[in-house]
Design a protein around this ligand. Structure first.
Ligand code: AP5
Ligand code: ZN
Length: 216
């Protein structure tokens, strides 16, 4: 199964990707996570990406395409993968097609998450994640069962993203509508697009996603 999760910042792509990983055993390839790891490690890519990410703009196609192309060659991607936050431009979408074609593979489906802007801003403002395993939480909508302790790994250390400010979120949304939303038509034209109501509760969205995956 080779999936793309498409949607604006805060739509729930990462949240649902973690559930697909658990249920289907295929890896989540989040370009945002990979870029944040590069920033934290202080690599050349990280140094180039940091200011761009903090401003809510897009890192260059060249950088992200190179990262993804290297990642999908890893052995754990042999049975499929979830692309989360990639592709994000038409150039990246064409590169994805070319990468898969070169391996004799095809995309299974693109799942688009539809969520209103006001809800996206509210979600991002309340987001935090486990500093150890990356599990994503929300101040009111998804709190750990045992307050202050990560459900998955038991860590008590959490963090917030530097780009989850209201100002940066405005820029991220503008970038999404200009650069990324054209991919909805792109994948619709290829017959690959399925849309879910991302406004629903997390479990309900998972059920909608699973209904799509069960038909593949
Ligand atoms: P990235 O890390 O990809 O961020 P994003 O696309 O902006 O997406 P988010 O991670 O903000 O949202 P999400 O949809 O995963 O939502 P989540 O599940 O966390 O990118 C960051 C930056 O990296 C970019 O700005 C760019 O600079 C760079 N970058 C990355 N990829 C790139 C690329 N391909 N090209 C160029 N640059 C790139 O949920 C959000 C919150 O809501 C959480 O708190 C969650 O608990 C809660 N929540 C989730 N679902 C629900 C629900 N159904 N109901 C209520 N609450 C919910
Ligand atoms: Zn954890």
């Amino acid at each position: 199964m080779r999936l793309i999760l498409l949607g604006p910042p805060g739509a729930g792509k990462g949240t649902q990707a973690q559930r697909i990983v658990e249920k289907h055993g295929i890896p989540q390839l989040s370009t945002g996570d990979m870029l944040r790891a590069a920033v934290n490690a202080g690599t050349e890519v990280g140094k180039r990406a940091k200011a761009v990410m903090d401003a809510g703009k897009l890192v260059s196609d060249e950088i992200v395409i190179a990262i993804v192309s290297e990642r999908i060659d890893q052995p754990d991607c042999a049975n499929g993968f979830i692309l989360d936050g990639f592709p994000r431009t038409l150039v990246q979408a064409d590169a994805t097609e070319a990468m898969l074609k070169a391996k004799g593979l095809a995309l299974s489906v693109v799942v688009e998450f539809r969520v209103d802007d006001a809800e996206l801003v509210r979600r991002v403002a309340g987001r935090y994640s486990c500093a150890q395993c990356g599990s994503v939480y929300h101040d009111t909508d998804k709190v750990p069962a045992n307050e202050g302790v990560c459900d998955k790994c038991g860590s008590t250390h959490f963090k917030r993203r530097p780009d989850d400010t209201p100002e940066t979120m405005t820029a991220r949304l503008q970038v999404y509508y200009k650069e990324t939303s054209p991919l909805i038509g792109y994948y619709h034209a290829k017959g690959k697009l399925r849309s879910v109501d991302g406004m629903a509760e997390i479990d309900q969205v998972t059920a909608e996603v699973e209904a799509i995956l069960s038909k593949l």
